[in-house]
Design a protein around this ligand. Sequence first.
Ligand SMILES: *[C@@H]1O[C@H](CO)[C@@H](O)[C@H](O)[C@H]1NC(C)=O
Ligand SMILES: *[C@@H]1O[C@H](CO)[C@@H](O)[C@H](O)[C@H]1NC(C)=O
Ligand SMILES: *[C@@H]1O[C@H](CO)[C@@H](O)[C@H](O)[C@H]1NC(C)=O
Length: 469
Amino acid sequence: METVTGDSISPYKLLLRALTLIPISHYLLFAFFASIVYVYNLLEIHILQDFFGGFGGDSVSLTFHSSSDLYREVVSKCNLLHGRYLATPWLSSPHLQTILLNVLVKTPSFSYKRSYAVAIKLSYSTRTLFTSVESKILDVDRFQADPDDTSFQVNGTNTVADIPLVIVVPGLTSDSTSPEQINHFIIFACHHVTSLYIKEIAYNMAKHGWNVVVSNHRGLGGVPLTSECFYTAGKSDDLGEVVNHLHRSHPETPLYAVGTSLGANILVKYLGEDGVNVPLVGAVSISNPWDLLIGDRFFTRAIMQRFYNRVLGNSLKGAAKLHQETYTRLSDWEGIEKSRSIRDFNNYSARIAGNFETIDAFHRWASSARLVTNVSVPLLCVNAIDDPVCTDESIPWDECRKNKNIVLATTQHGGHIAFFEGMSGKSLWWIRVVEEFLSKLHASPSMSKQQMQKFKESDSLSRDNKKSV
Ligand SMILES: *[C@@H]1O[C@H](CO)[C@@H](O)[C@H](O)[C@H]1NC(C)=O
Ligand SMILES: *[C@@H]1O[C@H](CO)[C@@H](O)[C@H](O)[C@H]1NC(C)=O
Ligand SMILES: *[C@@H]1O[C@H](CO)[C@@H](O)[C@H](O)[C@H]1NC(C)=O
């Protein structure tokens, strides 16, 4: 029997020697491809998927009650909701869409450049501060177009009966102007810092002949906090006051509302809380977080979500700094300053100010998902499944299917309030969806006229009640 001894070498040494024979440039090439694969996965890029699908996009998925009048009368006539959505090929990543939202949305289409500037300037020079009964100051920006500008369909500068009015509810820390919000986080170009998409939706609705009011959150939009209270993720009573005020001052005007991101949560929460008493003809919710408890857990999961959590937490801190005195009086300012996430921020501000035992109790209370079944006005909800900020795990599918007033539209891609489309990446799909849905809803006699009739009856009923008291 022979045994191998002496000059036998270890297989590992052999392998090592083989590896040293591979040129360094091959290693670099390998590292390069590995990092491409890493970034591709990290940013959830789907360009290859789109390529193999022939850049045809994905069809929009609709969820609704089988005997929904809203679907039959309105949504069935919306071409965009029965078409396909394809993300701009060079933005085929929910993260790129979300992060670049405020970099790429600059001006609407080229030919409206001049009127855009004029309209935006006008809208801020005609700001109305409206003082409600409890002497709280809420800020309502009214968007009005230059009457001499023929590219606008808006007639006159006043809210005239019959011209529908849409109330826009911005998201977390964003408002219609945001001049004081432009801090160092602008480098991340997070849409919550400067809210160009709010101007985009206001501009687009005005262009189509609507009056637009942006309902800024308490303390944002350059308005002082005048009462012992600040806005939180679940603060829906301010919106209720704005809507009721507009309804009282313009009883003949059909009112609609659009909420984006956290603004959608506040809007849907209000619709659910006030139920049949909401004087709106219809509403749209875009990229609603729905369930803040699930959303909060989602924020701690992956590396990109932790990044958004940090950025948004910082932008909340920045917005709170404008009203440091009030926050100090009502909550724990030291805690707020130390906050490194949205959860921390809310734990030291909204939880304390609202007397919630735990932060999750606040999250449960503030979530619009629990009020979906009580919504009594026609409501379209749009969410992207790949939304990197508001997870699809929060979407209340069953409740939406159960409520005949709701149609839920979901797309495979689109990111958070982005939905870029076209090669140039200048157009946002959701802005067109809102306009088409609201116009079809407004034109539908059985839906909008019926709703207006209902308000008239309940208004005269409440007047009669007051008389008899
Ligand atoms: C505004 O007036 C013009 C002409 O007077 C009319 O064609 C247009 O339909 C009006 N727009 C709205 C929204 O009423
Ligand atoms: C549902 O709406 C009604 C009004 O239609 C309201 O009185 C009720 O409080 C709402 N329910 C909840 C849970 O807010
Ligand atoms: C919330 O804040 C309180 C102090 O006000 C602290 O004791 C608690 O640990 C915080 N909770 C979380 C989840 O950070």
